[in-house]
Design a protein around this ligand. Structure first.
Ligand SMILES: CC(C)(COP(=O)(O)OP(=O)(O)OC[C@H]1O[C@@H](n2cnc3c(N)ncnc32)[C@H](O)[C@@H]1OP(=O)(O)O)[C@@H](O)C(=O)NCCC(=O)NCCS
Length: 210
């Protein structure tokens, strides 16, 4: 059946299709700020065991991507370019102790079926399997676009955490066990949210320090 979903570790030959999926999922972000085919190919070569793609038949409809990084959790201010720059390298550091979630993208036609939750569960399992400290990420806050003239991004995030406002991305991440530690200025260019993002963390409870 064409619609049957199955999940696989990323492979380099899917890079072009995944670039198209990425663009469908982040329509308000300029394409040169998003993963392109070359970067996706490198990611698949460097860290396939940490990157998943969900297919409906032969069509990729979702992906959960990330790399291992060294990161000072107490000084978390950073932008996407600080970590990954304008380069086609994957940014994966096999000795890094954190899983940096670079991207979770579910095709708009396949949302609200639990695919995003499943991708987060798989990432958490990667952290357990590789004994990583946890997942960190800069998270887009699409709902801030409607509130940016009334409040700061920090206030917006506080209200989403308190359950007073709903954000299509951040509320979902909180539901999946993430903590919002603060906001990131100029994280990734997005005119609709003035480029604000949240900084989110899922600490791996099973992590054992070496
Ligand atoms: C954020 C995103 C990844 C969520 O993916 P998803 O597959 O829709 O996620 P899920 O289906 O697991 O959960 C989404 C919501 O649907 C609900 N849901 C899950 N299964 C459901 C079902 N069968 N029926 C109805 N609702 C359902 C969940 O409870 C959840 O609700 P919440 O938002 O109140 O937490 C997706 O919306 C997306 O790709 N957005 C654009 C890109 C993006 O912002 N990515 C995050 C990177 S920073």
């Amino acid at each position: 059946m064409a619609d049957e979903l199955h999940t696989r570790l990323i492979e380099p030959e899917w890079a072009e299709q995944l670039e198209a999926l990425e663009r469908r999922c982040f329509p308000s972000i300029p394409p040169d700020e998003l993963y392109n085919a070359a970067m996706l190919r490198n990611l698949a070569i460097d860290f396939p065991e940490g990157n998943y793609v969900v297919f409906a038949g032969d069509e990729p409809v979702a992906m959960g991507l990330g790399v291992r990084v060294d990161f000072d959790i107490d000084n978390y201010q950073h932008t996407w370019d600080d970590l990954f720059g304008k380069t086609e390298e994957s940014g994966d550091n096999p000795a890094g102790e954190w899983y940096y979630g670079t991207d979770i993208s579910v095709d708009p036609a396949y949302r609200r079926r639990g695919i995003g939750r499943d991708l987060y569960e798989r990432r958490k399992q990667v952290c357990r399997d590789l004994n990583l400290r946890g997942i960190i990420a800069g998270g887009v806050i699409p709902g801030y676009a409607e509130h940016k003239h009334e409040m700061s991004a920090a206030t917006y995030v506080e209200k989403v955490v308190a359950g007073e406002l709903y954000d299509g991305t951040l509320s979902f991440q909180l539901e999946n066990g993430f903590e919002a530690r603060g906001v990131l200025a100029g994280y990734l260019e997005d005119p609709t949210t003035d480029s604000w993002a949240s900084f989110i963390v899922w600490p791996n409870p099973d992590f054992v320090a070496h």
